[in-house]
Design a protein around this ligand. Structure first.
Ligand SMILES: C[S@@+](CC[C@H](N)C(=O)[O-])C[C@H]1O[C@@H](n2cnc3c(N)ncnc32)[C@H](O)[C@@H]1O
Length: 342
């Protein structure tokens, strides 16, 4: 039996929000698509295939680092801390943390956040199944929160779930590599400010990022994000289908997949990569009845990847009021955890 775990949806009209982002992006100059289009149900399944691929080493490093730090995490959270996971997705690593906490009798509450409500429901259901038999009380301590990052930050500031508790926020899966240098310090600031407003007793943030710089960085970037087995291209192509599903009204002419091909471009230094859709011929879109002309070879950017390492994160955070207190390096891959605190 799948245990019932509650999911709080911050904004019930996510589809409408997403559609308006797509419309605005296609009317912008240059045209863009929001990267969150990648994360519908089908996108999550395709991402799971990527995480199993030999070309993407992040998840294994995440899991190995986390397993080596369970005691530290438990000691930080104490008896009744709150564990918040941002962009939890398929929740590949957190059962081990929760198991460690519940095995030692902690009453930790777990708040899993993601944009995709269905994926959150499925993932929490699985975690509940895995832990619920041994620790039935744990089922009352886990819940999901669906929304964008900005929405969950606002929600965290207002909720009473954190008040008086030690709070550990984990942000895994290299998610911050998808946030630009310009946005990165602001996102961290927004998060830290909302936790401060929530009246948490104390807070700590662990983020995992990886694959920055070094020799052969460009080749590594390409093989990780444009895998030779085609798994990344399939993941990206799904975002076009998602955009078309959101458009697709009587007053829309959608992005023809026969014309718009997914392309990956990376700079020679391996410090940035972009997935975009490139038109193979002159074409036009009709968005809400408005005709948008597109030249042959025109590109619509979907997602920018900025591989990050310890030096890069420390540099960016020097601009914010947050400090890196420790970095956990992985032995075989340039992948680190940063514990940040004010
Ligand atoms: C790279 S995946 C990481 C998933 C998981 N933490 C892991 O380690 O496999 C990024 C996750 O963030 C979520 N996400 C991406 N953009 C988001 C946004 N703008 N707001 C909220 N969630 C987002 C996706 O749905 C996805 O689950």
């Amino acid at each position: 039996m799948t245990p019932y775990l509650s999911i709080h949806t911050i904004a019930p009209n996510q589809e409408r929000l997403l559609r308006s982002l797509v419309v605005d992006g296609l009317n912008a100059e240059p045209k863009i698509l929001p990267s969150v289009l990648l994360w519908d149900d089908a996108g999550h399944e395709l991402f799971r295939k990527i995480t199993k691929s030999q070309f993407y080493c992040g998840p294994q490093a995440d899991s190995e680092i986390m397993k080596g730090r369970l005691r530290e995490i438990r000691e930080y959270l104490g008896d009744d801390g709150v564990l918040v996971e941002l962009g939890a997705g398929s929740i590949p690593h957190t059962t081990a943390i929760l198991e460690e906490l519940y095995r030692h009798g902690a009453k930790t509450r777990y708040l899993a956040h993601d944009f995709c409500q269905n994926r959150l429901r499925q993932s929490l259901g699985r975690v509940g199944k895995e832990l619920g038999t041994k620790y039935p009380e744990s089922l009352h301590r886990m819940r999901g929160v669906a929304g964008t990052y900005e929405q969950v930050f606002e929600w965290l500031a207002k909720t009473n779930h954190l008040e008086g508790h030690r709070v550990l926020v984990i942000w895994l899966g290299n998610s911050l590599s998808h946030i630009s240098d310009a946005e990165f310090p602001d996102m961290i600031e927004m998060l830290m400010r909302s936790i401060w407003q929530s009246r948490a007793a104390s807070s700590m943030l662990i983020i995992s990022v990886g694959g920055g710089g070094g020799q052969e960085a460009s080749a590594l970037l390409r093989s990780s994000y444009d895998a030779p087995d085609g798994s990344s291209a399939a993941f990206v192509a799904n975002a076009l289908r998602h955009a078309n599903r959101l458009l697709g009204g009587a007053n829309d002419l959608t992005l023809d997949p026969g014309i718009w091909k997914a392309v990956f471009r990376a700079n020679a230094q391996g410090t940035a990569g972009v997935w975009a859709f490139r038109s193979q011929a002159p074409t036009q879109l009709v968005v809400d009845g408005r005709v948008v002309a597109c030249a042959a070879g025109e590109e619509i950017d979907l997602i920018t990847i900025t591989p990050r390492d310890a030096a890069n994160v420390t540099g960016l955070l020097a601009l914010s009021a947050t400090q890196v207190v420790v970095t956990w390096k992985h032995r075989s891959f340039d992948w680190s955890k940063y514990t940040l605190s004010r």
